[in-house]
Design a protein around this ligand. Structure first.
Ligand SMILES: [Fe+2]
Ligand SMILES: [Fe+2]
Length: 188
C-alpha cells in the first residue's frame, strides 16, 4: 500500500509529510507525456463542425510546422494549442498555454495564450472591431510570431486532403519536451 501523510488537515502536517507529498508529485509528473497524449486523443471525438476532427486539426498544424523546420517548442505549441477546446471552451487558449508554460520558452507560451485573439482576424462572421482584436498586442515583441503562427499553421489546418502525420509520429517530441526540467514563472 502507498505510504500516506499523517494529517487530515494541512495545518497539522509535518515537514516529513510534505516531503512525502513532494516526492510523490515528482513521480506523478513523470507520467505527464502520457497524459498529454491521452488528452490529445480525446480531441478525436469532436470536429466542432469543421471538416476534420480537432485532433486532426492540431496534428495538421504540427505537420506543417515540422515541415517548415520549426523547433520542438513550436511543434508542441501546434500540438497543444487547442487542448482546452473540450474542457474550457470559453478560455481554451489560456488553458493550453498554462499546460505548456513550464516547458517552452516565453515567446511560445505567449503565442499560444493569445492565439484566440489572432485567429479572430480570419472569422468573417465577427464584427470588424473583433476581427481587429490582435491589434491591441502590436507592441508585444511576440506580435509577429503570433501572426505567423496563425497564418502558417493554425488557420490553414482544416484540410481533409492534407497529408497529416499521425499522433504516433509526434510522441517522441511530446516525451522530449514534457520530460524537460520545468521552469516556473510567476507572471508573464
Ligand atoms: Fe484555438
Ligand atoms: Fe487551432
Amino acid at each position: 500500500m502507498t505510504k500516506t501523510v499523517s494529517f487530515t488537515q494541512m495545518k497539522d502536517g509535518t515537514p516529513a509529510d510534505f516531503q512525502l507529498v513532494s516526492d510523490n508529485d515528482k513521480e506523478t509528473a513523470k507520467e505527464l507525456p502520457d497524459r498529454i497524449i491521452e488528452h490529445l486523443r480525446l480531441l478525436a471525438d469532436d470536429n466542432g463542425a469543421y471538416q476534420i476532427s480537432r485532433l486532426d486539426h492540431v496534428l495538421q498544424s504540427a505537420t506543417r510546422c515540422e515541415t517548415d523546420g520549426a523547433d520542438d517548442d513550436w511543434i508542441i505549441a501546434c500540438l497543444c494549442h487547442d487542448m482546452g477546446d473540450i474542457l474550457a471552451p470559453y478560455s481554451h487558449a489560456e488553458v493550453a498555454a498554462e499546460i505548456i508554460k513550464p516547458f517552452v520558452r516565453e515567446e511560445v507560451f505567449w503565442v499560444v495564450k493569445h492565439h484566440g485573439f489572432f485567429q479572430m482576424h480570419y472569422n468573417t462572421n465577427m464584427s470588424e472591431e473583433k476581427r481587429r482584436s490582435r491589434e491591441r498586442f502590436q507592441n508585444s515583441p511576440y506580435y509577429q510570431s503570433a501572426v505567423d503562427f496563425c497564418e502558417k499553421w493554425d488557420q490553414c489546418s482544416f484540410d481533409p486532403d492534407y497529408p497529416t502525420k499521425p499522433l504516433e509520429h509526434f510522441e517522441p517530441v511530446i516525451k522530449r519536451v514534457f520530460s524537460r526540467k520545468p521552469h516556473w514563472r510567476s507572471s508573464m
